[in-house]
Design a protein around this ligand. Sequence first.
Ligand code: ADP
Ligand code: MG
Length: 516
Amino acid sequence: MLDAAHHIWQECLTIIRDNVDKRSYKTWFEPIKPLRLEETPNDRTLTIQVPSRFYYEWLEEHYASLLRKTVTKVMGPSSRLIYDILMERDRPEEKSRHIRLPAKPAGRVTNPPIHQRPYPHGLQQQANLQQSSVPPQTGTGGGTTPHTPHPVNPPPNLSSPFVIPGIRSPKVDSQLNGNYTFDRFIEGDCNRLARSAAWAIAERPSETSFNPFLVYGGVGLGKTHLIQAIGNYAKQHQKIDSILYISSERFTNEFVQSIQYNRVSEFSLFYRQIDLLIVDDIQFFGKKEKTQEEFFHIFNALHQAGKQIILSADRPPKDIVGIEERLLSRFQWGLTADVQPPDLETRIAILQRKAEDDGIQISYDIIEFIAHNITSNIRELEGALIRLLAHSTLRREEIDLSFAKEVLKDLIKEVKVSLGIEEILQIVSHYFQIPEDQVRAKTRKQEVVQARQVAMYFAKQFTKHSLKTIGLHFGGRDHSTVIHGIQSVEGYMETDPKFADTIREIQHKIKIQSRS
Ligand code: ADP
Ligand code: MG
């Protein structure tokens, strides 16, 4: 009967699609699944599954007449529609289960049933809400149905501020930083997918399938910038009443405070009337069970109401520790996109753009110097520019390359792996004033052995060669000799500060050479 149900439902959808706007169709009708069609000589009953009680209520409130007309048209006059509710959004102890509800008789849906919320801090405190019990047991066609809604847990009413008469959305300060715009966000291979998805969402919040949208990646790679850019764009160009950016840390703190001051219901209500919610660094929710639970319900309410949710995390969702599975899986319902460290060209473009925005006069070779040497993090790239600017103002000096090298020397810790074992051997031999071939040979003279071990130590540190390859370069020694050499150097460094200084000096020489 699934095929028949599917077929009938498709016919219904064709009619519905012509009668509701695209966004409502996507939000309220696309998630519906036809389950079965039961036929007797006298009537036909179509059962459809909706994701939650909230869907059911919403459909009944807003689309009952359309549904009734459509079902009657497609299935004939004595037909019935039954909702099967997948109540996954309930409290954890309820787990997910199905209940079945009949559609209400036509004409009786003018007053939406606003049920008491299962939360201890119900919305009923906020307004004179009409409360009613679960909907009547009669179907569209008037017949009774064999299934009754679960009587013990009243359905979770929500959430949706638009169904609360008399409550207007308070004005929400978005907490967005106006500098984080798309215009200032440089696109590169490292962030292309995330950026284009972000752009699509900014142009059509809630209308793409990217809901929620989760951006993840290491620190300083532009997550906060990008997710705020969506908010800033939407604020300017879209008709959205309430946009809110918040870090998960602040969300957590505010939630804890709301518990302390007995204001959880206000907290909860506040978040449920946001149209575009941006939550930064959700890894911080890890192990905070109560906060997670609250967020879970807010998430569901917003998502089901077709509101846009945007999230960021510092790692892929599967690696976030201490977040409940049901929440993790929701985070991945929409689109998950990563941001990676930028490549050289993107780093250069970012630096040029920043210099321009901040009015810093800086030559291309300095930009290139920074971009070559600071590779992992955009925040550090910016930090380098700001430091240059600060020093040049302080010293009233023009920024030239040697000035930049001097000012940034301690920021530039990273070394390219452009040196080979032979060059390292050369630097070390030169430093100890021992000919290279002696370092390679099998001599056991103490100072030669030490120079050899130091060279092995740096070969391991600065090249990607295996221990075996390194051994081969030092007179065909095997890998255990190389390990022994490296360990000896590390041991001496710990016990002999003078030796440690020597090592640092050689390291400095290698770094300089590797950059030239
Ligand atoms: P994250 O949230 O990933 O730690 P941020 O969004 O805070 O990183 O970015 C760090 C800094 O780098 C910010 O000042 C931001 O404006 C800048 N930034 C990051 N990515 C870009 C980019 N693609 N183009 C321009 N600036 C960027
Ligand atoms: Mg951030």
